[in-house]
Design a protein around this ligand. Structure first.
Ligand code: AMP
Ligand code: MN
Ligand code: MN
Ligand code: MN
Length: 297
């Protein structure tokens, strides 16, 4: 029987609502065989998730979702199969979190100027010591009755031209991919159909991504429609990329996205997990592999 993969999920270490242990238990209950924990800009949840996965017989793939700025747009890059203790990766992620901390305060200041005080403190409280994301602001604003739903908060407060919007200064595409490679992981563009790019701009992104060492596209995503998936599968094949699949689960509060309940990859896609580089750190670090070959000579 084929294994059930879900290679994109979030825990309390970023903007998910389940602790890493609870997330792993939920994935196990949903019959997921292979789960990647891919928190935004942090690897803090991976050790706990790995410990809980082992006795359940669930394979936990250490991952991360890195915030990237590309041509003044935010793009998310997944690192799959990373070493969560790699110093190059950790140093890069620490820089992003420093920007996040400043941005959270700035969002708070802007919302206060728009007449809604206390949001920074509220978002911080919800983040429970982890990174503060716009999701935390959204939950706080809904709880305080400023919007009916998280979706409405984003529309009315947290996107471009709205009172709580702060433009991102995230990692360069090349830098993010190099951190992932240094950590022995494979770089995959998360939910590529979500960026509202024209087809030609998306092809340019994928081309640059590949030149920098990126290898895959998330073809099946909890936030893709069926048409998105078909289009991304075609892009993936045309550009010679590997395909990944992930729910982008953030917790049970969002009933539309369930762990592990994903359609299969369309025909002709080569799954990331069938690559010889999958969970093979040496193969993902070309310079390290070169060194090993030289040693062997
Ligand atoms: P941040 O990285 O702090 O800018 O927050 C981005 C996160 O906000 C994403 O990972 C999603 O979880 C969430 N998000 C972004 N846009 C929306 C939206 N329109 N509705 C609900 N959640 C969203
Ligand atoms: Mn998120
Ligand atoms: Mn994302
Ligand atoms: Mn995500």
């Amino acid at each position: 029987m084929s294994r059930r993969y879900d290679l994109h999920s979030h825990s309390l270490a970023s903007d998910g609502t389940l602790a890493p242990a609870e997330l792993v238990a939920a994935a196990h209950a949903a019959a997921v065989d292979v789960l990647a924990l891919t928190d935004h800009d942090t690897t803090a949840g991976i050790a706990a998730a790995t410990d809980c996965a082992r006795p359940l017989g669930l394979q936990l793939v250490p991952g991360v979702e890195i915030s990237v700025s590309w041509r003044s747009q935010t793009v998310h890059v997944l690192g799959l199969g990373i070493d969560p203790d790699c110093e190059i990766l950790l140093a890069g992620l620490a820089e992003l979190r420093a920007f996040r901390d400043w941005r959270a305060e700035e969002i708070g200041r802007r919302l206060a100027r728009a007449g809604i005080g206390g949001c920074y403190e509220g978002a911080r409280r919800l983040a429970q010591g982890s990174i503060v994301s716009r999701t935390h602001f959204a939950h706080h604003l809904v709880a305080r009755g400023h919007a009916a739903s998280v979706r409405d908060v984003f529309k009315s407060f947290l996107v471009n031209n709205k009172p709580g919007y702060v433009a991102g200064q995230w990692a360069d595409l090349e830098a993010a991919i190099s951190w992932i490679a240094a950590a022995g992981g494979m770089a995959v563009i998360a939910h590529p159909a979500r960026y509202n790019m024209t087809a030609s701009k998306l092809r340019r992104l994928v081309g640059e991504f590949r030149e920098c060492g990126g290898v895959g596209l998330e073809v099946v995503s909890g936030s893709h429609t069926r048409d998105n998936t078909i289009a991304m599968a075609a892009l993936c094949r045309n550009e010679g990329m590997l395909a990944s699949t992930g729910s982008d689960y953030h917790g049970p509060e969002n009933p539309w996205v369930r762990l592990g309940e994903l359609p299969g990859l369309p025909a002709g896609c080569h799954p990331v997990w069938e690559s010889e580089n999958w969970l093979n750190p040496a193969a993902c670090r070309p310079w390290a592999r070169g060194a090993a070959i030289r040693q062997a000579d």
